[in-house]
Design a protein around this ligand. Structure first.
Ligand SMILES: [Zn+2]
Length: 357
């Protein structure tokens, strides 16, 4: 057994309060999830839907009191239609599918024609019934133009696309960069060493890739350039380790909100700072899980995180994955009841006013 494995088995001697929260305090909207085929290979269902059984998902939603889920896997064209048929149209009010933009246009056409093609795709997706636009971290870290240059989120060729999103009333959920430690050397001193060992492709501190700060600055420049477009900064705008920065971004950009998806590990190790952020910005933080396929234990853990004052508990619901992020435990936010409704649902409902959820 390696040193790494034996460390992962360390038990805590603490005997602490364990609160079981089976249902959210108010019906919740999971504003960040993946119900389509786009990322299904991540859960071993390559080419198939990440959710095998939609009625079973609806039953789970009833059980844990999740009234609606945002599906970020719509893509465009026939794949968007298939997602809308399976979720939004089959179960009105329970799902909101976002579309994507076909970035390959940026390599296939000159700048003006690429911009036009991206806008035309968004308009067609909106007409089909997409409820928002999802932008993934490949923008800035992978998408390239015809000259093989990386395209950053605030690239001028994307201006018309993001302006059109605002005009059409489509919120933009954007995941830029990743945890800052993914740019650090991958060694024992990196707090996410286990995670980067499991996913070496997530280490971005390499020549030819932008720095973490360059990406977050580009995200902020994008949000500032389109004041009439609402942006949802996924994963606390990828700055969960620096909540002062998140707070300043929210102060400076009224058209920005953030979601907590895939970041309860980071937020729960600074529960007081996180609660202060929600108290200062009660209308700007959305609940989302980014955990798929959704499980009962996963939602229960999120309710415990938001509602209890439990201390030093595991941030992951799957005992087979003891430290998917880093080797720390989290504490609950103990949010006041008046903060729970906007966090769980009200803020998402406002941002998704055109989504019918
Ligand atoms: Zn996601």
């Amino acid at each position: 057994m390696s040193t790494k494995q034996s460390l992962s088995l360390i038990r805590t001697a603490l005997k602490v309060q364990e609160t079981f929260v089976p249902r959210a305090a108010v019906p919740a909207i999971d504003a960040h999830n993946h119900l389509g085929r786009w990322l299904s290979s991540w859960v071993g269902r390559d080419g198939d839907w990440s959710i095998a059984d939609v009625p079973a998902l609806l039953a789970l939603m009833e059980m844990v009191d999740v009234c609606a889920i945002v599906n970020l896997d719509g893509r465009w064209g026939a794949e968007l239609e298939a997602n809308l048929d399976r979720y939004d149209r089959a179960h009105p009010g329970r799902f909101a599918t976002f579309c994507h933009a076909p970035w390959e246009e940026l390599a296939a056409r000159p700048a003006a024609a690429a911009s036009d093609a991206l806008v035309a795709s968004l308009r067609a997706s909106h007409a089909a019934g997409a409820k928002g636009l999802k932008v993934w971290k490949d923008l800035g870290l992978g998408v390239r133009d015809g000259d093989d240059r990386l395209v950053m989120p605030d690239d001028a060729r994307l201006f018309d696309l993001f302006e059109a999103a605002g005009e059409l009333g489509l919120p933009v959920l954007i995941h830029t960069a990743d945890p800052v430690a993914f740019w650090w050397p991958v060694d024992e001193a990196n707090e996410r060493w286990d995670e980067l060992g499991a996913h070496p492709e997530w280490a971005f501190g390499r020549p030819g890739l932008p720095s973490y700060d360059a990406l977050i600055d580009a995200l902020e420049a994008l949000v500032a350039a389109h004041p009439r477009t609402t942006f949802i900064g996924a994963h606390m705008a990828s700055a969960a380790e620096d909540l002062a920065r998140v707070g300043r971004m929210l102060d400076d950009h009224p058209n920005l909100v953030v979601d907590v998806s895939a970041r309860i590990a980071e937020l729960g190790r600074q529960p007081r700072a996180t609660r202060r952020l929600l108290e200062r910005h009660p209308t700007r933080v959305l609940f989302g899980s980014d955990a798929f396929p959704p499980r009962r234990e996963m939602y229960e853990l999120h309710w415990r995180f938001a509602e209890s004052d439990d201390e030093q508990f595991h941030y992951h619901w799957d005992p087979a994955e003891p430290w998917p992020s880093g080797r720390w435990r989290i504490s609950g936010l103990d949010l006041a009841p008046e903060l729970l409704e906007p966090f769980y649902a009200g803020n998402a409902r406002r941002v998704l006013a055109n989504a019918g959820i």
